[in-house]
Design a protein around this ligand. Structure first.
Ligand code: FUB
Length: 323
């Protein structure tokens, strides 16, 4: 499949996290709706209220909609806005990790449990202790350890934190200071808590220096994803206001990672978000754009396209079509 194709024509869906469970692809996207809230930099217009979960036996086959796997009305600590989620599996249990504003309008990350990949998922009574910001991505390393990558700027509130503590006046650093990083944390054995304090995901430039906050073409903004290819760790992310998906590689799940390039050039729409998954011997990039809604940034549609590597392990850049 060299041409990107839309997957779910009957619902607006975005922010894909995709995993192979029981030999099938399971898709965990955000479910975009027309909320009527005007667009702003805080992302209030992304007022999503539930998650539908989907599966595919084959990349070219039918997409099955398993219906609502988690609804905001069933989450005891809920305020508003169910954003990008992810799912992990351990010992017969599936864990759905989701960002949601609590009743004080602060994003936290929650977890919900099921014995089936398609749910329904039952949420814990409270968010994960010590969690903040958005966009959890859970990566299972070959030794069975699970790591969560998370964080997002602006509406995702990451600029309000330093050293895992909320600061008085949340702001981005000056342009010549190191960029705000995504965070990575090993999960506890029971998958319900952070097993340590979250650490910074440092991205280095070609000279070994951390990317600067003013380097909007390359610095982390949101939408973390981790995958492993030929023994290397590939950390990928969105650059937000420059609308690219980029990646950096490293030798372990914590980094540091060295910036390598662009995976996907801008799509139609403001946000760009993705995941990378291997299925039946090929690699795929799942992502979204706003073409089917006529460019409405808050009504996005999922797509998939094959992802290819060069001999040296670099990723071939894909055109998003929104430049
Ligand atoms: O869907 C809401 C937010 O938009 C996500 O959490 C971000 O990654 C961006 O795609």
């Amino acid at each position: 499949m060299k041409q990107a194709k839309y997957l779910i024509p009957h619902l607006y869906t975005a922010d894909p996290a995709v995993h192979v469970f029981n030999g099938k692809l399971y898709i965990y996207p955000s479910h975009d709706i027309e909320s009527g809230i005007p667009e702003n930099d805080n992302g209030d217009h992304f007022d999503m209220r539930d998650y539908h979960i989907f599966s595919m036996d084959d990349i070219d086959g039918e997409v099955t909609d398993h219906g609502v796997g988690l609804d905001v009305k069933d989450i005891p600590w809920a305020g508003r806005q169910l954003w990008d989620c992810d799912c992990a599996h351990k010992d017969g249990t599936y864990y759905l990790y989701f960002p949601l504003k609590d009743q004080t309008d602060i994003f936290r990350i929650g977890v919900a449990i099921s014995n089936k990949p398609e749910g329904p998922f039952v949420p814990q009574d409270a968010p994960i202790k010590g969690s903040y910001s958005i966009d959890p991505c859970v990566f299972r390393d070959d030794d069975g350890s699970h790591y969560m990558y998370f964080g997002g700027l602006w509406g995702g509130q990451l600029q309000r934190y330093r050293n895992n503590k909320a600061i008085e006046c949340g702001h981005e650093p000056n342009d010549n200071e190191p960029a705000l990083p995504s965070r990575v944390v090993k999960l506890s054995d029971n998958m319900l808590e952070f097993g340590e304090a979250p650490r910074d995901v440092i991205i280095l430039d070609e000279n070994g220096d951390p990317l600067k906050a003013g380097d909007h073409e390359r610095r982390f903004f949101e939408a973390s994803w981790m995958h492993k290819y030929q023994g290397k760790y590939y950390f990928s992310y969105s650059t937000g206001d420059t609308h690219k998906l980029c990646y950096a590689t490293g030798d372990n799940p914590y980094g540091p990672f060295t910036y390598k390039g662009v995976i996907l050039t801008p799509v139609v729409g403001w946000t760009t978000h993705h995941c990378i998954v291997e299925f039946k011997g090929k690699w795929y990039l799942f992502h979204h754009d706003s073409v089917p809604s006529g460019g409405k940034t808050w009504l996005r549609s999922l797509k998939v396209v094959e992802l290819e590597y060069n001999e040296d392990g670099t990723i071939k850049t894909i055109a998003g079509g929104g430049e």
